[in-house]
Design a protein around this ligand. Sequence first.
Ligand code: SAH
Length: 384
Amino acid sequence: MLRLKRGRDRRARTHPWIFKGDVADVSDVTAGDAVTVLDAGGRFVGRGLFNPRPALCCRIYTWIDEPLDRAFVAGRIPTAVQAREGCGREAVRLVWSEADGLPGLVVDRYGPVLVVQCLTLGMARHRAGVVAALRERLGDLPVVSMDDATMADLEGFEPVAGWLDRQGPDEVVVDEAGVRVAVRPGTGHKTGLYLDQAENRARVAVADGRGDVLDVFAYSAGFACHALRAGGARAVCVESSAEAVAAARRNFELNGFADRAEIRAVNAFDELRRLDRERERFDLVVLDPPPFARGRTALASALRGYKEINLRALRVLAPGGRLATFSCSHHVDETTFEATCHDAAADAGVRLRVLDRLGQAADHPMLLTVPETRYLKGLLLEAL
Ligand code: SAH
């Protein structure tokens, strides 16, 4: 049993996270097990998985007085999978943690392969049940586990990395809105692809579809591939990770774009400065950096980073060109991000039309009462 401090139940009735500072007392529960959450007056709030080790010590799964056991967790899987049916994507997030009522669990599908990631001790204990439920719904697919080592350390469990009970393919090629994309299951960033950007990759390309493209922080060149497919003349990718550069090269070859594409394995900040100095100009610039603000304290320097890259990007934009600019930092909200882009535009002396406000793909649903589920913000801008 976990009893909340007075006044802490209001948030806990709609938000799954309970921090140590919210807790009055805990009894009769071991790390990783289910615990009943009560308010200060002893009334039932919900049931969650408990871990005394991290500051975020309990995540609520249900606000109904029902068992939180293997059958409960397995029962949430078909609902999450069903929500993605008919989306037409071969690479798709099937389960996204809190947003699917399964905090600590991520499941992605890449064609015939599933990737499972457990982010909490409690969920790691449910791994076998999760895999069984997935296979019951989707067929006997090979499953690769890709636990995050940092989270595993924080939570105190042994991360599992690799194929679970039988080997799957080294490479899978999936279709993403007409672009062929190679994924090496169990390797790369996230679980292989930045699935949260899947819809934006197609959207930004269709909005443009001509001229020269600069894809900065390109990873496996998804934005560049879509832009070339939509009729872009030439693409330059900027990406510092060797693994990502190899993936980008592979995707260009797969799509027959190798002769129109160039990959520069350099630091994006330096390259943007150099491109500006050399007066190179592009009709479409994509800026999709990693999260600059990993914590609240890093916010000021993160905003300086966002401003710097947006300013440089605007300087290399051809007249009438378009900039697709993103932030995936949880701690930078939409208003702050837009203000930073505004600031960069003012410094660059460029007037911009907002063609679209962009967010994360529909397989990363947002919960109104859990603002942390909303993290990816973007603007598609056109220089006037
Ligand atoms: N646009 C990509 C996702 C980009 S994620 C897509 O749609 O798939 C951010 C990428 O920036 C990562 O691949 C990371 O390796 C790269 N990166 C991080 N810091 C960088 C830097 N300073 N210079 C260049 N690339 C960087």
